[in-house]
Design a protein around this ligand. Structure first.
Ligand code: HEC
Length: 108
C-alpha cells in the first residue's frame, strides 16, 4: 500500500513538472503551432527566443501583441512573414499568448 501511494505521488509530481515545463496554451496549438514551437524554430522563431529578444523591455508584451495582430517581418530573417493573427486568433487570445511568450523568459 505504501508503495502504491509513493508511486502515485511520484506520478503526480511528474505531471506537475510537465505542466510547469510550459505546454503551449490550447489556442496557441490551434492557431500558431503550425509555425511556432516553444523551444525550436519551425517556420517562425522559437517563442523562447522571442522572450529573450524582449527581455527587460517594459513594452515587450505590447510589441508582441501588435506584431501578432499586424503580422509582418521582425528581423528573424526567416524569409517568411508572420501572418496577421496567425491562423485567426482574436485580440483576447493574442493578449494571452503574448503574456505566455514573455513569461517564458523567467523560466529556465
Ligand atoms: C504561417 C506561419 C505562422 C503562423 C501560423 C504564426 N506565425 Fe508567428 N511568425 C512567423 C514567422 C515566419 C515569423 C518571423 C518573421 C521574420 O522573419 O521576422 C513569426 C514571428 C512571430 C513573433 C516574433 C515577433 C517579434 O516581435 O519578433 C511572434 C511573437 C509570433 N510570431 C507569434 C505568433 C503567434 C502568437 C501566433 C498564433 C496566433 C503565430 N505567431 C502564428 C510565422 C507564423
Amino acid at each position: 500500500m505504501k508503495l502504491i501511494i509513493t508511486g502515485m505521488m511520484a506520478a503526480g509530481l511528474m505531471f506537475a513538472g510537465a505542466a510547469m515545463a510550459e505546454d503551449m496554451p490550447a489556442v496557441g496549438k490551434a492557431k500558431c503551432s503550425a509555425c511556432h514551437a516553444i523551444e525550436k524554430k519551425v517556420i517562425g522563431p522559437a517563442w523562447r527566443d522571442v522572450a529573450k529578444k524582449y527581455k527587460g523591455d517594459p513594452e515587450g508584451v505590447n510589441l508582441i501583441v501588435m506584431h501578432v495582430i499586424n503580422g509582418g517581418e521582425f528581423g528573424w530573417k526567416t524569409g517568411t512573414k508572420m501572418p496577421a493573427r496567425g491562423l485567426g486568433a482574436n485580440d483576447a487570445e493574442i493578449q494571452k499568448l503574448a503574456a505566455f511568450i514573455i513569461g517564458l523568459e523567467s523560466q529556465p
